[in-house]
Each structure stands twice: as structure tokens, then as C-alpha cells.
Design a protein around this ligand. Structure first.
Ligand SMILES: [Zn+2]
Length: 179
């Protein structure tokens, strides 16, 4: 694909990323998920051609959107990212065929813009209720609820099972006390 000149500087083309990729970036790189899990020093995943700071920066900007209390708050935070990265729609020729893409002027904004586009699409298609942070006691990982029942509360079956076991122990302890 030809690099595109757009306004000042050379635009970098951007696409929304897969929702699962965004969840992975937030949970692997985010400061809050690491601190809540007591894993601040866990090594960062290597690679994919990204410098270490970019995914962490994106994760820390995106986590509050998943943790938002209301749809209005989530929408506002997404709009801040869209405005800040100044991501714009473009038509680009790919092998002579026009293709609709997005672009940013600063390469350092590409990943953040991609994350913002993913959340914009998600909110438009599925609404706010399917975004969340784990209800586990020592977990702040995020999830996107794709269950038909729309009642997901945990990031993983590991956290769900841990919470179930803790609830069982609490009930068990309660019944012993009441004897
Ligand atoms: Zn969890």
C-alpha cells in the first residue's frame, strides 16, 4: 500500500483491532490489572514490533473505559481518545482499488487510535453493557461479554471458579457458626 500524504506530515493508516486483541493488551500491559493482582513486576509480553511503552500507554488509557460506571462516561472517554489522536477517515488505493481506512498523522498514536476505533465500533454495535472489569476480589482484568445471556462478571473461568469456591467457603463457615 502506498503511503498517503494527508495534511501536514505523512499519515499512518489505522484499522480497528480485534476486540480480543484489545482485551489482551489491557490485561497484559495495564498498570491497574497488574497492581490489583499483585503482579507489578511480572515480565511484559515481548514483541509484535511494539516498543514497551506504547501498549502500556494504550492499556492505561483504555482500562478506565471498561471500568466506566455509565455509557455516557465510556462514550466520553472514547471521544477523548478519538479527538486526541485526531484519527480521520480516508480512502486509500490498494492495488488500484479504493479502500476505506483511518489514519493518524503521528505514528506514535496509531495503536491508541486503533483501540479507540475498536471501542467506538463496539459501543455502536453492542452498547455499553458488554464491557466490564472482573468481579474477582484480586483481579481488575477487563472483558468483552460475548455470552448469549449477557451476564458475564469475570475475566476468566479461573476467576469465576475462585469466586464460587470462596462463596462456598463463606456459606460453609456461616452454617458451622449457626449450629
Ligand atoms: Zn479476573
Amino acid at each position: 500500500m502506498e503511503p498517503v500524504r494527508y495534511g501536514v506530515g505523512v499519515a499512518v493508516t489505522v484499522r480497528a483491532m480485534a476486540p480480543a486483541t484489545l482485551v489482551e493488551i489491557v490485561n497484559e500491559w495495564g498498570t491497574v490489572p497488574r497492581e490489583v493482582a499483585g503482579e507489578r513486576d511480572r515480565p511484559y509480553p515481548s514483541g509484535r514490533g511494539l516498543d514497551d511503552d506504547a501498549p502500556r500507554r494504550v492499556a492505561d488509557r483504555v482500562h478506565p473505559i471498561f471500568a466506566s460506571a455509565t455509557a455516557a462516561e465510556a462514550a466520553e472517554l472514547v471521544n477523548v481518545l478519538l479527538t486526541e489522536t485526531a484519527v480521520v477517515p480516508l480512502v486509500v488505493l490498494a492495488d488500484g482499488r479504493p479502500e476505506a481506512l483511518w489514519a493518524v498523522d503521528r505514528p506514535g498514536d496509531a495503536l491508541l487510535a486503533s483501540a479507540a476505533l475498536t471501542l467506538r465500533d463496539h459501543l455502536d454495535r453492542h452498547g455499553f453493557t458488554r464491557l466490564g472489569t472482573c468481579a474477582g476480589s484480586r483481579c481488575a482484568d477487563v472483558y468483552i461479554d460475548t455470552s448469549p445471556t449477557r451476564d458475564r462478571r469475570y475475566c476468566s473461568t479461573t476467576c469465576q471458579n475462585r469466586a464460587r469456591a470462596a462463596a462456598f467457603r463463606r456459606r460453609h463457615a456461616g452454617s458451622r457458626r449457626s449450629v
